[in-house]
Design a protein around this ligand. Structure first.
Ligand code: GDP
Length: 458
């Protein structure tokens, strides 16, 4: 389908910069083997079969720069479908820079961000949605985001879109065929069936669009804010949650993963606490956060934890606060703090209040109950992440919306009995937008936009 030929050979460091045991430099293009061979001392790489690894040295003139392992992948059985060489060297930035210089001098060109994956796409290795999933996979930081990206990369989402598209293509061509026989008044495309198909596709699109709410949560986390009166215990709670998270992350043996500030992971969902600067230092401060500032915090979040001191609040006061705080009706979780100091009578009164969690932030009591309630607020339960296709990409949402509109136009065109060529044009427009998701329809701008978001070396 894609006819693409590249004449130049690109090179980039595929591993993260900084000191590691090993770094990998990757080359792709017609000269990849020859460029490495030009500075390699060992077997003649040009004579070796694909998918083999060779030990040797890289030399700049007489000077040995490093001992390396060279992996060979002959096109089309490589990531980009071109000739690819991966050079594994020792992971010093100095060595990496020296080798890169050498390969550039030999005629390779520095790869742009995402250029390896772009070539893979242009050479038909996978479609656009799958290519985008590669970027998601690299940046996935929870079990769920990994699962969804992996599924998309393996083509789950693409298959769904392509199936819909193929059925529409069939009808579009039937209607266009009718145009050729305009004189004879024949009908190849059954209008009732077409209507059914369109409604069916629209239903699926609606489901996909709904899944984005969750997809976005999975990919980007839930911006969460803790609000409440001074001394309610907000900073105590935040520190408790973040310290537990820190302990969990550093408990995993052998991991060097950085602990992400102000973020906790519960059942695969990342809760990102926003605007925590004022809350993090535990020094006693009586900071009356202005109303305006509170509203601003709320506007950036999609989940609110309203924390209050159970020993100084009545249920009526709580109710009034909640209504006053949340004009936009965001998901809000009321959390009663300091149960360690509350009388049994007070606990019983608040026990009657629905959707309320009681904790002691200072003593860490009922943190599990709090976490459970947070997950429930995100409402993950209504979607089955294993079975259902989940849209995570804003670009796909946009294309799906435009497809939906074009299908609406097609339906009303059919209702009004407008001429076939106009109906055909509406269907074509739907096909165009649907095709942009998987890349059956692309423009240079679109491709640039997507691939420049990748990291260099991918
Ligand atoms: P903030 O102003 O909302 O951030 O409140 P702080 O976290 O600074 O807490 C205010 C005071 O309440 C501090 O003296 C805390 O030690 C205390 N505090 C916080 N959580 C609890 C709790 O669960 N039980 C008790 N007894 N005291 C708490």
């Amino acid at each position: 389908m894609h006819h693409h030929s590249t004449t130049d050979t690109i090179v980039a460091v595929a591993t993260a910069s900084g000191v590691g045991a090993i770094a990998v430099i990757r080359l792709s293009g017609p000269e990849a083997f020859a460029i490495v061979q030009g500075v390699f001392r060992g077997r003649d790489l040009l004579q070796q079969p694909s998918h083999t690894i060779h030990f040797g040295t890289i030399r700049d003139g007489d000077k040995v720069l490093d001992e390396v392992l060279v992996s060979l992948f002959k096109g089309p059985t490589s990531y980009t479908k071109e000739d690819v060489v991966e050079v594994s060297c020792h992971g010093s930035d100095f060595i990496v820079q020296q080798l890169m210089q050498l390969f550039l001098k030999q005629g390779a060109r520095l790869a742009q961000a995402g250029e390896f994956t772009k070539r893979a796409f242009l050479n038909g290795q996978f479609d656009l949605a799958q290519a985008e999933a590669v970027a998601d996979l690299i940046s996935s930081d929870s079990a769920l985001s990994h699962e969804v990206a992996m599924k998309q990369m393996r083509g789950g989402f693409s298959q769904e879109i392509k199936k819909l598209r193929a059925e529409l293509v069939h009808f579009a061509s039937m209607i266009e065929l009718e145009l050729d026989f305009a004189e004879e008044d024949v009908e190849f495309a059954d209008r009732e069936q077409l209507r059914l198909l369109i409604s069916n596709i629209q239903r699926i699109i609606r489901e996909l669009l709904r899944s984005f709410e969750l997809g976005n949560v999975i990919k980007n986390g839930v911006p969460t804010v803790i609000v409440g009166k001074p001394n309610a215990g907000k900073s105590t709670l935040l520190n408790k949650l973040l310290n537990e998270e820190k302990a969990i992350v550093s408990d995993v043996p052998g991991t060097t993963r950085d602990f992400i500030e102000d973020e906790i992971n519960i059942e695969g969902i990342s809760f990102r606490f926003i605007d925590t600067a004022g809350l993090r230092e535990t020094t006693d401060k009586v900071e009356a956060i202005g109303v305006e500032r509170t509203l601003q915090k709320l506007s950036q979040s999609s989940l609110i934890i309203y924390l209050f001191d159970i020993t100084t609040t009545t249920p009526e006061e709580l109710q009034a606060e909640l209504e006053h705080l949340n004009p936009k009706k965001l998901p809000i979780l009321a959390v009663a703090n300091k149960i360690d100091e509350a009388s049994p009578a007070t606990l019983a009164v608040f026990g009657e209040v629905e959707n309320l969690v009681q904790i002691s932030a200072a003593e860490g009591a009922n943190m599990d109950g709090l976490k459970e309630a947070l997950v429930a607020k995100v409402n993950l339960g209504k979607l089955n992440t294993r079975e259902q296709t989940i849209v995570t990409n804003l670009r796909h949402v946009d294309s799906l919306n435009k497809t939906y509109e074009a299908l609406d136009d097609t339906l009303s065109g059919l209702d009004l009995g407008i001429s076939n060529d106009l109906v055909a044009a509406d269907i074509r427009r739907a096909l165009h937008h649907l095709g942009q998701i998987t890349g059956e329809i692309t423009t240079d701008d679109l491709l640039d936009n997507i691939f420049t978001k990748f990291c260099i070396g991918k």
